[in-house]
Design a protein around this ligand. Structure first.
Ligand SMILES: [Zn+2]
Length: 129
């Protein structure tokens, strides 16, 4: 389920790339720290909550393109944080996305049900109790 909700902090509209060798321990808001050496980018959550968001730059992680402006793909979804921010970084701009509400506990049940239904449809001659 996707819902639009107001973010409790003041969300940022843009982020500036900063190429570094080592990732600094204190991060500034509105900056995307990129370490080519460690193939990692890190920034503070764009909602302003101050949470550190680490995005490994690798085939199974994020890909970063830079042509003077920075673009990060796929989207950044901080669903493990209370703010549950969800946004794209495109050409230094933060594009806010709807928060994805993960229904805890319900999700598994639903998938199970769906699978069962599929199974039934595929094998109507089998009775599933
Ligand atoms: Zn946040």
């Amino acid at each position: 389920m996707l819902v639009w909700e107001n973010y409790s902090h003041s969300p940022m509209n843009n982020i500036v790339p900063e190429f570094v060798e080592f990732l600094p321990t204190t991060l500034e808001e509105g900056k995307l720290y990129i370490s080519m050496k460690y193939c990692t980018a890190v920034h503070l959550c764009a909602c302003g909550c101050g949470k550190r968001v680490v995005t490994p730059l690798q085939p199974s992680g994020w890909s970063l393109s830079f042509d003077g402006l920075v673009t990060l793909r796929p989207s950044i979804g901080n669903f493990e944080y209370p703010c549950m921010s969800h946004y794209f970084i495109t050409n230094n701009e933060i594009q806010w996305l709807p928060k994805e509400i993960v229904m805890k506990g319900n999700k598994k049940k639903k998938t199970k049900k769906r699978k069962k239904l599929k199974f039934k449809r595929k094998f109507p001659f089998l009775s599933i109790g």
